[in-house]
Design a protein around this ligand. Structure first.
Ligand code: ATP
Length: 358
C-alpha cells in the first residue's frame, strides 16, 4: 500500500526562524490526515515541504520507500488546494479544469472526457462555460478541487480550503471533500486551525503547537484522552474545564483531594496522584443537580448559550469560569447558584508539567 512518511523533519527559514522540529508521521493510502493547531504552529510549512515548494532543513520525506526530498514539485504527483481558489479569471471553468492536462500534452478528446467526468463528480457540469467571477464561493472552490484532482494525483494536499466560505457551505464542502477522498482512495493531508474540521473530517489528527507535534490519534483518542493540557484545551467546541487540586489522601485506589476553594472530592483513582495536579472534565460530563450531593460543586451562572438542542451554561467557581452542556429541560437563569456533579469515570488528571497521568 502506498504511503507518505516524514522522518525527523526540521525547517529553519533563511532568517533563522525554526518553523518546525522533530516532525515524524506516516500517512497511508486511504487515510485522511488533518494537521491542526494555532496560527504560526508550522502547518503550512509542513504541507509546503511535502509538496516540494519549500526545502527541508533536516530529516527525510519518503514516498513509499523512496526519499523525495530533492524531487521537483511537478514530479511528486501531488494535487494542492488552497484557501484562495487561485483560478485563472480569464479562462472558463472548462479551460481552468483542462489546464493541468494541456500542460501534460493530453489529447483534445481525452481532455474533454476527463473534464466532463470531474465536473460530473463535483456537480459543476452546468458551469463549464462560465468564468470564475460568475460563480459562487462554493462553486469556485469545487473548480479548484477539480483542477487539483483532474490529474488523479496520489497525494492530495489541502491548505485551509474552506476558510473563505460561509458556515453552511463549509459544512457541505466538508462532506463533499471526505466523500471525494474515499472515492479516490488518495493520501490526503488537510491543514486547518479549525478543530471542528479536524474532528469531523480526519481519520487521523496531528495536533501541533510551536512547531512540535503534541499528539497523533483518531478523533476519538484526541478528544477522550488528550495527552497534555494543550491538546485538551485546543479540542472541544466548548472549552474543557480545568481545576487545580491538592491531594489530601491516596490509599488503596481511593483518592481524596481539595479543589481551589476548599471543596473536597472523593473518587476511585486508577493510579496514585501527585500532591498537586490538575483535574480536567469536558462540559458534557458535568451534570446539574437539584440539591447538593457527594462530589458536587456550587457555581454561579453567568451566561447561558441556547443552541436549541442543548444549552451551554457558563458558571463562576472560585473566581474562574467553567462550562456545562445540558439538553435537559430546566429553568436556569443568570445569577442562579446551582450544584454541578462531576462524572467520575470521565475525569482526566494532568501533572504539574501538564502531561496526562490518566
Ligand atoms: P497559519 O495558520 O497562520 O497559516 P501555520 O501554522 O501554517 O500558520 P506557518 O505558516 O507554517 O504556520 O509558519 C510557521 C512559522 O514559520 C511562523 O513562525 C512563521 O512566521 C514562520 N515562517 C513562515 N514562512 C516563513 C518564511 N518564508 N520566512 C521566515 N519565516 C517564516
Amino acid at each position: 500500500m502506498a504511503y507518505l512518511k516524514l522522518l525527523n523533519i526540521e525547517k529553519v527559514y533563511p532568517n533563522g526562524t525554526k518553523a518546525v522540529e522533530n516532525i515524524s508521521f506516516e500517512v497511508s493510502e486511504g487515510e485522511f490526515v488533518v494537521l491542526v493547531g494555532p496560527s504560526g504552529c508550522g502547518k503550512t510549512t509542513i504541507l509546503r515541504m511535502i509538496a516540494g515548494l519549500e526545502d527541508v532543513s533536516q530529516g527525510e520525506i519518503y514516498l513509499d520507500n523512496k526519499i523525495i526530498n530533492d524531487l521537483s514539485p511537478k514530479d511528486r504527483n501531488i494535487g494542492m488546494v488552497f484557501q484562495n481558489y487561485a483560478l485563472y479569471p480569464h479562462l472558463t471553468v472548462f479551460e481552468n479544469l483542462a489546464f493541468p492536462l494541456q500542460i501534460q500534452k493530453f489529447k483534445k478528446n481525452q481532455i474533454k472526457s476527463n473534464v466532463e467526468k470531474i465536473a460530473e463528480l463535483l456537480k459543476i457540469n452546468d458551469c463549464l462555460d462560465k468564468k470564475p467571477k460568475e460563480l459562487s464561493g462554493g462553486q469556485r472552490q469545487r473548480v479548484a478541487l477539480g483542477r487539483a484532482l483532474i490529474r488523479q494525483p496520489r497525494i492530495l494536499l489541502f491548505d485551509e480550503p474552506l476558510s473563505n466560505l460561509d458556515a453552511k457551505l463549509r459544512v457541505e464542502m466538508r462532506t463533499e471533500i471526505t466523500k471525494l477522498h474515499r472515492t479516490l482512495n488518495a493520501i490526503s493531508i488537510y491543514v486547518t486551525h479549525d478543530q471542528i474540521e479536524a474532528m469531523t473530517m480526519a481519520t487521523k489528527i496531528i495536533i501541533l503547537n510551536n512547531g512540535k507535534i503534541q499528539q497523533i490519534g483518531t478523533p476519538d483518542e484526541i478528544y477522550n484522552l488528550p495527552k497534555n493540557k494543550f491538546v485538551a484545551s485546543f479540542v472541544g467546541s466548548t472549552p474543557i474545564n480545568f481545576f487545580d487540586c491538592q491531594l489530601l489522601e491516596y490509599n488503596n485506589f481511593r483518592a481524596s483531594f481539595a479543589l481551589a476553594n476548599g471543596d473536597i472530592i472523593n473518587i476511585l483513582a486508577k493510579h496514585e496522584l501527585p500532591e498537586r495536579f490538575t483535574l480536567a472534565i469536558r462540559p458534557e460530563n458535568l451534570f446539574i443537580l437539584k440539591t447538593q450531593n457527594i462530589n458536587s460543586i456550587k457555581g454561579k451562572v453567568v451566561n447561558i448559550e441556547n443552541l436549541g438542542y442543548e444549552k451551554n451554561i457558563y458558571f463562576e467557581y472560585g473566581k474562574l469560569l467553567y462550562s456545562c452542556k445540558t439538553n435537559i429541560e430546566n429553568s436556569i437563569n443568570i445569577n442562579d447558584e446551582i450544584y454541578f456533579s462531576l462524572l467520575e469515570d470521565k475525569l482526566l488528571f494532568y501533572n504539574e508539567q501538564g502531561e496526562l497521568i490518566y
